[in-house]
Design a protein around this ligand. Structure first.
Ligand code: PLP
Length: 362
């Protein structure tokens, strides 16, 4: 081993496929024989055009997106989308419906309210500490869109299936489960995802938007805040985050060519999550925090009998080359983020460690 790498369960930025990191390393000083690093080439060059076009094509293939969708790469993270969505799509009196399943949905709601947009929260699991995904969703037929967070990174819950909202377009923050499972794009008017969990480094946000949605975008928005600006320029209105887009392209290539596509990715992700939840369910020492029917395949959240033990667990794990297990600071506890690039081997190493720790301290 040339260098020591840890088993990385970070919530984001998170593990990237080793193959991808190796490829970046190999071509970093001289990309494609250009005599320059990817961080030094022009975003207006053919070299970069090929990168972004390939990333768009691969996203289309992986998600079965038809010609009626744009695939865009924006800046400002998922957080800017909390504002851009209502700015672009809530332009008249028509309200939007929001579903509140945790911190990130709450932030999306807050931003729409700051803009004084008419929104309704039609379902929330706040009264249950966001430990589940609410059922029986009744969207209003007059809604401009229904907004939800597909995977709740902090609380470890995930929509097992998306709610049927009729003809109203769904808008989803898929930051922490994008491209982790197969998807029928048909109900979605827009999907956004900060790259830094499942598809690349921080600095770029994937936005998939159905073309008809763009008809509503008002003229009087600042240019950089209009989806139409990026749709008209293949995301090259201004200098894009070239390196991050390049890394995303390599991750997409890995997903297609090494993993074999989203069905295979989903099966592997399910196996990883099943193995971890099985250990938690068999034990009286570890306690899962999400309701079973709402459990996330990406972020496995759990508690130990005391905060002291949780601290010791995170520390001892690190001594064993296993990192990133501390729960979000707002909720405490422990969390193993097992995004696409986290291997089955890493999950087995974690399980082994959990069983040893329980024997020693349980
Ligand atoms: C579901 C979800 N949405 C949004 C965000 C915020 O993303 P960004 O930091 O790219 O703005 C996060 C970050 O962890 C997240 O998990």
């Amino acid at each position: 081993m040339k260098y020591q790498r840890i088993y990385n369960f970070n919530p984001g930025p998170a593990a990237l496929p080793l193959d991808v990191l190796e490829e970046i390393k190999a071509s970093f000083l001289n990309y494609a024989g250009a005599g320059m690093s990817i961080t030094e080439i022009s975003h207006r060059s053919k070299l970069f055009d090929d990168i972004i076009n390939d990333a768009v094509d691969r996203t289309r293939r992986l998600l079965n997106l038809g010609a009626d969708y744009h695939v865009l790469f924006l800046q400002g993270g998922a957080s800017l989308q909390f504002s851009m969505v209502p700015m672009n799509f809530l332009t008249g009196d028509m309200p939007a419906d929001y579903i509140n399943t945790g911190t990130w949905s709450t932030k999306a709601i807050k931003e729409a309210r700051i803009l004084n947009k008419p929104i309704r929260v039609i379902a929330s699991s706040e009264d249950r500490g966001f430990s589940l995904i609410p059922g029986n969703i009744q969207a209003n037929a007059d809604a401009a869109y229904v907004h939800l967070t597909s995977n709740n990174t902090i609380k470890g819950t995930q929509w097992p299936v998306f709610p049927d909202v009729g003809r109203v377009p769904l808008i989803a923050d898929m930051s922490s489960d994008i491209l982790s499972r197969t998807l029928d794009p048909a109900p979605f008017g827009l999907i956004y995802a900060g790259a830094q969990k499942n598809i690349g480094p921080a600095g770029v946000c994937l936005v998939i938007v159905r073309k008809d949605m763009l008809e509503q975008v008002p003229d009087d928005l600042p240019t950089a805040l209009k989806y139409t600006t990026y749709a008209a320029s293949n995301s090259l209105y201004n200098t894009p985050p070239c390196f991050a887009i390049y890394a995303v392209q390599l991750v997409l290539k890995w997903l297609e060519e090494t993993v074999g596509g989203l069905e295979q990715m989903e099966a592997l992700n399910r196996e990883k999550a099943d193995r971890l939840y099985r250990i938690i369910d068999q034990s009286d020492f570890y306690r899962g925090t999400a309701d079973k029917g709402s459990r996330s395949m990406m972020n496995v959240t759990f508690r130990l009998p005391s905060e002291e033990l949780e601290q010791a667990f995170v520390q001892k794990a690190l001594e064993n080359n296993i990192g990133g297990l501390k729960g979000h600071r707002s909720v405490g506890g422990c969390r193993a983020s097992i995004y696409n690039a986290v291997t089955l081997e890493a999950v087995d190493v974690l399980i082994d460690f959990m069983q040893t720790f329980e024997k020693q301290r349980g």
